[in-house]
Design a protein around this ligand. Structure first.
Ligand code: EPU
Length: 419
């Protein structure tokens, strides 16, 4: 197992190229199941979650070739529409194969994902949607067994917003008979990226990016080529890192419109941000002001920024409140940040953070992906040496994280843990 070792206290400075988006690439790769023809994808990030999904798809018969970030996926024939527990338990996004499998083959057997470190994360909204489209669903031995001779268009109103639920339903509806209308749909940019690929494959979709998406089913989808959007969560993580360490940087390759809520908040805490032709320029605040956030679905403040923002607020000049509204248990980083000298109390869904003059390096443990990122940022800003364990959580969603920070001037390296 690896650990990341950081000698903190160096300003981040320079330019960082933002990688392809994990949360756009995953549903888009799953969409390859919808057609017998090939899907060629560029800007696919080199991440553990991407490898996990490609193993899952290969197990079903999808032929996959990867050459320097450009992937060719072809599901000529789906031999086994089955997503086994061993792969699904390591990555909840595996549930994204359910819609495409059901639409293409009329059956699917997908392990229930179960809980994870950030909360219970049920899939009831996905399953209710498929039932409304005429699927017969049974839960047996920890698996979802789904069958549908042919899915039918339906009006599906999500009780609450779900990102992968919207994506799953949108993919399934592309091959259904008739029209599907998704109400209270997720508006995340990754949903729009998926809709764009599906449209290139011949799907008829309108309204992606709004809360009502209409999909008119077509008999077949065909080949397409597509470039995955850049990762807004990775970009935001770097922007917050600069605010914590001092310095200035330009994040290249991402449209700033996807970071509206975060950029507004970073300006509120004193950062100077400029949207330039080459990317997003940020200069760290001289004093980090305190400001509250509440996580919300897009275009609100993303839950995927909550942990990193909390790390930033540990160094603010006052008291700030961070309220997590999406995942009930996404607070595992609090205890780890406290090991580095942070002053945080949790009351229900709200963390109360009293800023401290500085953090102190310590051995800590990543408990999930974004919690891990928050510890890297804390380590970069802290006095002294930090060791971050369970780096595999971070590798699920950040491409070459230590190399990118090293290029910006950080003293950060990855080493093997000897037990
Ligand atoms: N929920 C239900 N029932 C459902 C579906 C969701 O109760 O059937 C609940 C969830 O438990 C959660 C809330 O609804 O409390 C929202 O969950 P959502 O379905 O939107 O989350 P997700 O689709 O499982 C995606 C991202 C997450 C990101 C969330 C919220 C992917 C692959 N994952 O998850 O990304 O935090 O949306 O924006 O797109 C990450 O990258 O670190 C990550 C966790």
């Amino acid at each position: 197992m690896d650990k990341i070792v950081i000698q903190g206290g160096r300003k981040l400075e320079g330019e960082v190229e933002i990688s392809g988006s994990k949360n756009a690439a995953l549903p888009i790769m799953a969409a390859s199941l919808l057609s017998a023809q090939s899907l060629v994808l560029s800007n696919v990030p080199d991440l553990k979650d991407i490898q996990t999904l490609s193993h899952l798809l290969e197990g079903m018969g999808v032929k996959i070739k990867n050459s320097f970030g450009t992937w060719k996926l072809q599901a000529k024939e789906i031999k086994d529409p089955h997503a086994p527990y061993d792969l699904v338990r390591t990555m909840r996004a595996s549930i994204l194969v359910l819609g495409p499998l059901l639409a293409r083959t009329g059956r699917a057997r997908v392990s229930l994902p179960g809980g994870c470190a950030i909360g219970a994360r049920p899939i009831d909204r996905h399953l209710r949607g498929f039932e409304q489209m005429g699927a017969h669903i049974e839960l047996q031995g920890g698996y979802v067994e789904a069958k549908a001779k042919k899915l039918k268009g339906a009006q599906i109103l999500f009780e609450d917003v779900t990102v992968t639920g919207t994506e799953n339903m949108m993919m399934a509806a592309t091959l259904a008979i008739g029209t599907t209308i998704l109400g209270n749909a997720a508006r995340e940019p990754e949903v729009v990226d998926l809709a764009n690929v599906l449209k290139q494959m011949g799907a008829k979709i309108t309204g992606a990016g709004t809360d009502t998406i209409t999909i008119e089913g077509v008999p077949l989808l065909h080949d397409a080529e597509y470039q995955i959007m850049a990762d807004r969560i990775e970009a935001g993580t770097f922007l917050m890192g600069v605010c914590m360490t001092g310095g200035e940087l330009t994040a290249r390759g991402l449209s700033a419109e996807y970071l509206g809520a975060l950029i507004a908040k970073l300006e509120e805490v004193g950062a100077h941000v400029e949207i330039q032709k080459e990317g997003i320029f940020i200069k760290a605040p001289s004093v980090i002001k305190n400001a509250n956030v509440v996580t919300q679905p897009y275009p609100g403040f993303a839950t995927d920024f909550q942990a990193q923002y909390m790390a930033l607020m540990t160094l603010s000049s006052g008291v700030s409140l961070v309220t997590e509204n999406i995942f009930e248990n996404r607070y595992m980083h609090i205890a780890e940040l406290a090991r580095m000298g942070a002053d945080i109390k949790l009351e229900g869904k709200t963390a109360i953070i009293q800023g401290v003059p500085h953090l102190i390096g310590a051995p800590v443990m990543a408990t999930d992906l974004r919690a891990g990122a928050s510890l890297v940022l804390a380590g970069l800003a802290a006095h002294g040496i930090s060791e971050i364990h369970r780096v595999y959580h971070i590798d699920r969603g950040y491409e070459h994280i230590e190399k990118k920070f090293r290029k910006l001037g950080a003293r950060i390296k990855r080493t093997k843990v000897k037990y």
